[in-house]
Design a protein around this ligand. Structure first.
Ligand code: MET
Ligand SMILES: [Zn+2]
Length: 758
């Protein structure tokens, strides 16, 4: 085995950088391409411009060898699947773009690949499908092209690839079903493809490649760790390769650290923000010969790094590793670009903040200080902070479900298989423009309100015409389901430009939760009340749950997360009570992020779920028996938290199901749910409109596993990203299908429905 000649790893680096564009240029370019307003060449050009701008900026901020291949037109896991040739046959289209976006978004002909959370972040990746017959064939085109593009700017870069173990652990085995195929079984073949990619990069003169292995920090089985060791021994033994930097993040590397240390990889990345045991745990001796890339600057929050403890950690690591480089804990994908773009934040808050560009400066600043720190010198490690104990008393629970269900059935008198939607209706250009004009002071409050009311009326009339059973007001007043509440609660600040990518072209602007949370006045009541005044049909009030509000915000670090969530729960509780007082009999409290905050390590999960469920019940248990509480969780992978979802004790739960093809319903825990259930029968994440026959088929499949009295019919999420023509067509088909099925079932009672039929 020849050891490749490798230059030293840069003293300061970041694991990745935002890619959506400072003014969301990528979003605009993608939408123009999808709408047929731009060509594939135009889209490629927009991507190139963004990459150039990022590399130039990183170089200007003092990073001498920035990462590359961190850009993606949609998702980096999807890019990896394409790089490895793992493209399911049904997606292959006339052009590379057709194939790529068919996997990401589906077409009229095929549903897209599944999409789910990237670990416990709010970024979503496309789930690759790997089967026993998947043919792997390396296509290093994208990473190689980016190396060349950067070279034209005079920059050498470090290509970033999703590592083989994480790639396979995130993939879905096909065929699915009872005997699910484990993608990790294909590791030897996948490594063959990585070998070719590494050789192509080496031939391009690349000296370091970064292999992201966040899955290794999530606590893995013996067998998985063995696979990881074997993988990196094999890649490390290749004669034709760049230096290998394996980045673990989103937690402590734990048992994976000695495994990686025992392979020929030259550098290992550790998340020192989340993995606080790295400095106290036993240190594998083999690390003395390697570079440790120390993630001391958080890539996941917007807070400024305390320099002294970071420097102390770096100095301590330097005593034990061959060399230490300063880095972010993970990619900066999860934070906004630049604090300088914010003009409306309080100066006192600004002093506590750092966005991506400020974090790059922190990394280079720390590296400069470390370089001049004499060996053995440096500040000593601070003792771990004691958590602040503040635990408010639990409010009383609701009546037993049977009591509530009877009261609700008598009060609401819904037909069997009631139809409803998840809350939002399409956000029109007019509405967005009105909101922008209001923010800019060009539109008065009264005129804005008038337009929102106009939209509510339109949505109510539409739902009446379509024949839905439980109506919503459509959420036209909300730019975003979390931001809207943050704007109306004390303790939050909202940004102007703090966009982060959620998936594909979608971005969110997470609010900054920096102080104690309190609700002053009612927030949503007037809109719900207005909708209710327009119709004789029941109108469902819409709130965002405490876990989701916190999960989709950047959260203060001086209080335990649980206590922050409880504060928000109490604010939501006040809103539930006010909605009820205003005559709203159905209130949905969404918790789509319940799964997202689940700790990656199994040992921490139970405690989290217990307090998360308690927070939800705190928020909702003030409702009377007659008031029907709904909850909504979207995206798949709810498998692990089904008991907790049941524990929320909502009267009706709508869950993702369309995109995972009803997989969730095969779980015994779901069949055991005692209360109402609305497994989404229309995948709103895709522009595709299901026909009535398809919806009818899903409904009949539902009725094979659930008693009819428990089934609700709804899309799998809010409709705000769709267009009105798509929504009208899909809901028409949904109602048609429901009526057909309704005619053939008799109600089993129990969801607040009676047996009047459709
Ligand atoms: C991501 S869950 C969205 C729920 C929200 N009520 C909506 O319909 O938009
Ligand atoms: Zn949803």
């Amino acid at each position: 085995m020849t050891t490749p000649r490798i230059s030293p790893f840069p003293a300061a680096t970041v694991l990745g950088y935002p890619r959506i564009g400072r003014r969301r240029e990528l979003k605009r370019a993608l939408e123009a391409y999808w709408d047929g307003r731009a060509t594939a060449a135009g889209l490629r050009r927009a991507g190139l411009d963004l990459r150039r701008e990022s590399w130039t900026r990183l170089a200007a901020l003092g990073l001498d060898r920035p990462p590359s291949n961190t850009f993606s037109l949609y998702d980096h896991v999807l890019d990896t699947a394409v790089m490895l040739g793992a493209v399911p046959e049904r997606y292959r289209g006339p052009s590379a773009e057709d194939t790529y976006f068919a996997m990401a978004r589906g077409t009229d002909r095929v549903a897209p690949l599944r999409m789910t959370k990237w670990f416990d972040t709010n970024y979503h990746y496309i789930v690759p499908e790997i089967g026993p017959d998947t043919v792997f064939a390396a296509d290093p085109g994208k990473p190689v092209a980016e190396v060349r593009e950067a070279r034209e700017l005079g920059l050498s870069t470090r290509p970033v690839l999703v590592g083989p173990v994480t790639f396979l652990l995130l993939a879905q085995g096909v065929p699915g079903g009872a005997r699910r195929f484990a993608p990790l079984d294909r590791l030897p073949d996948v490594l063959g493809a990585y070998k070719n990619v590494l050789a192509a990069l080496a031939a391009e003169g690349v000296d370091w490649v970064q292999l992201d292995e966040p899955a290794l920090a999530a606590g893995r089985t013996e067998a998985e760790l063995d696979a990881a060791g074997a993988a990196y021994r094999r890649l490390g033994a290749l004669p034709d390769r760049p230096g290998l930097f394996v980045a673990t993040y989103f937690g402590s590397a734990g048992a994976a650290l000695p495994v990686l240390a025992d392979t020929p990889v030259e550098a290992i990345g550790l998340d020192l923000v989340r993995g606080d045991d790295h400095l106290t745990a036993a240190w594998p001796e083999a690390l003395a010969g390697k570079t440790v890339v120390a993630g001391v600057v958080s890539g996941r929050d917007v807070w400024r790094t305390e320099p002294e403890p970071a420097l102390a950690a770096l100095a301590a690591l330097r005593e034990r590793a061959g060399s230490v480089s300063v880095s972010t804990s993970c990619s900066l994908l999860h934070v906004p670009y630049d604090l300088a773009a914010e003009t409306t934040l309080e100066p006192a808050l600004v002093r506590r903040l750092a966005f991506a560009d400020q974090k790059v400066a922190e990394v280079t600043g720390l590296a400069a200080r470390l370089a001049v720190l004499p060996p053995g010198g440096g500040p000593s490690l601070p003792p771990p902070a004691a958590p602040v104990p503040t635990r408010p008393p639990a409010p009383p629970a609701r009546s037993p479900y049977e009591v509530r269900a009877a009261a609700q059935a008598a009060h609401l008198r819904l037909p069997p298989l009631p139809t409803t939607t998840i809350g939002s209706f399409p956000q029109t250009g007019e509405l967005r423009a009105a909101r922008a004009a209001l923010a800019a002071g060009e539109l008065g409050e009264a005129e804005y309100d008038r337009r929102v009311r106009g939209e509510i009326e339109r949505v109510v009339r539409l739902q009446e015409r379509l024949g839905l059973d439980v109506l919503v007001h459509g959420e036209p007043e909300r730019n975003d389901m979390v931001q809207y509440f943050a704007e109306h609660l004390d303790g939050f600040a909202v940004t102007r430009n703090g966009w982060v990518q959620s998936y594909g072209s979608r971005c969110t602007r997470p609010p900054i939760l920096h102080g104690d949370v309190r609700r002053g006045a009612p927030i949503t009541v007037r809109w719900a009340e207005y909708a209710r005044s327009l119709t004789a049909m029941p109108v469902k009030g819409m709130l965002t749950g405490p876990v989701t509000i916190v999960a989709w915000s950047f959260v203060r670090r001086d209080l335990p997360l649980r206590d922050v969530v409880f504060q928000v729960a109490d604010a939501v509780r006040d809103e539930v009570r006010d909605l009820e007082d205003a005559g709203i009999s159905i209130i949905q409290v969404d918790e789509p992020a319940l799964r997202e905050l689940l700790p990656l390590r199994a040992a921490d999960q139970e405690a989290y779920l217990a307090w998360a469920v308690e927070a939800y019940r705190r928020a909702t248990s003030g409702a009377g028996d007659r008031t029907q509480i709904h909850t909504h969780l979207c995206y798949s992978d709810a498998d692990q938290i089904l008991a907790a979802i049941d524990g929320l004790d909502a009267d009706v739960t709508s869950i993702e199901s369309a995109r995972s093809h009803g997989r969730i319903l095969t779980e015994p825990a779901v069949a055991a749910f005692a209360r109402g259930l609305g497994p989404g029968v229309y995948d709103i994440h895709s522009p595709r409109v299901p026909d009535a026959a398809e919806v009818e088929k899903s409904l009949r499949a539902l009725l094979d596993v659930l008693p009819p009295g428990r089934v609700w019919v709804n899309p799998d999420c809010g409709l705000k990203t769709r267009t009105y023509p798509q929504v009208e067509a899909a809901l028409t088909n949904l109602v048609t299908a429901t009526r057909r099925v309704r005619d053939t079932v008799t109600s089993g009672g129990g969801t607040g429905t009676d047996a009047r039929g459709g």
